[in-house]
Design a protein around this ligand. Sequence first.
Ligand SMILES: Cc1ncc(COP(=O)(O)O)c(C=O)c1O
Length: 331
Amino acid sequence: MQELPRLSAQLGRRIFVKRDDLTGLAFGGNKVRQAEFLVGEALARGADTIVGGGGFAQSNHARVLAGAARAAGLEAIILLRPGQGAAAVDLRGNALVTRLLASEVRVEEALRSAPDGDRRAEVAYRREIFDSVGAELRRQGRTPYIVYGSSTGLGVMGYLAAAAEIHRQARRLAVAFSRIFVTSLGATHAGLELGAQLLAETHEVVGVAYQPAERSNAEATVAQLAADAAGLLGLPAPVGRQPRTDIAEAGRAYSAQTPRSRRALRVAADTEGLLLDPTYTAKGFASMLRWIEEGAIAEGECVLFVHTGGLPGLFARSSRDLRLQGDDPGH
Ligand SMILES: Cc1ncc(COP(=O)(O)O)c(C=O)c1O
């Protein structure tokens, strides 16, 4: 956890970052904390192969899951959703790293029409497709463990543990956050939310949508995931806290940048040398900046931005894509 001193001075609010872009394994990010539990269960069940993925070629989840499987001595079969454009075809960014780490990468035509923006529906949609790959492996005498996604009760555990870590670090730094911003429509937000409830925190967790989503549906999904995780722990579902999702930074589509997300990427780089990824964290950071600039966060308040990583995604973009020329109105 680090303070951003120049940006804090500029904006008159103390801004901290939880550097989960530095979680370590295979270029890090939020998915490492989730994979710890998913691969942990695979090991506990005696699996020899992880089957997972489900997103597009630039999926951070696929990259980290493949790395986590390998780090645990398991094979990794990654199933990808067919995409469009150069990022889907070229092996760049996450796609390159996933190809390097996985035993096998398959683009599954059946994933093409998966639902968008509803994390639990995505997981439900994948079930049959992933199970048929699992059955194929079993016929070959292998023992697969299937990861349908991180948007499950087990997937929430990574950020429940992170909430406890944030609690300890905030105490050590003697700061009390009024709000925590995190780019998430699912398990990442749910873990921080459940943690806040269990630790009786006073801060609000703002989940920031990175693709179009209906606000009430996103908030219900996060609440349900928190309840699923509580159930796994034998605890009652959280009550009294309502998850909050900011949908104003979503843009027109997944991975589509917006003028504010481009600006956030520049601001973090220019003021602090902090790198954001264009697909997720730039939108989360843009949300935090907007809340501050609109006065929703009072002068002197402390806020935390949870940097969920995704940085290999930068290398799937061009400078034109990021409008780095300097003569562009989006700059
Ligand atoms: C870099 C990054 N940030 C945030 C998220 C959001 O995670 P979720 O909506 O699953 O909590 C993801 C996952 O897709 C990601 O890769």
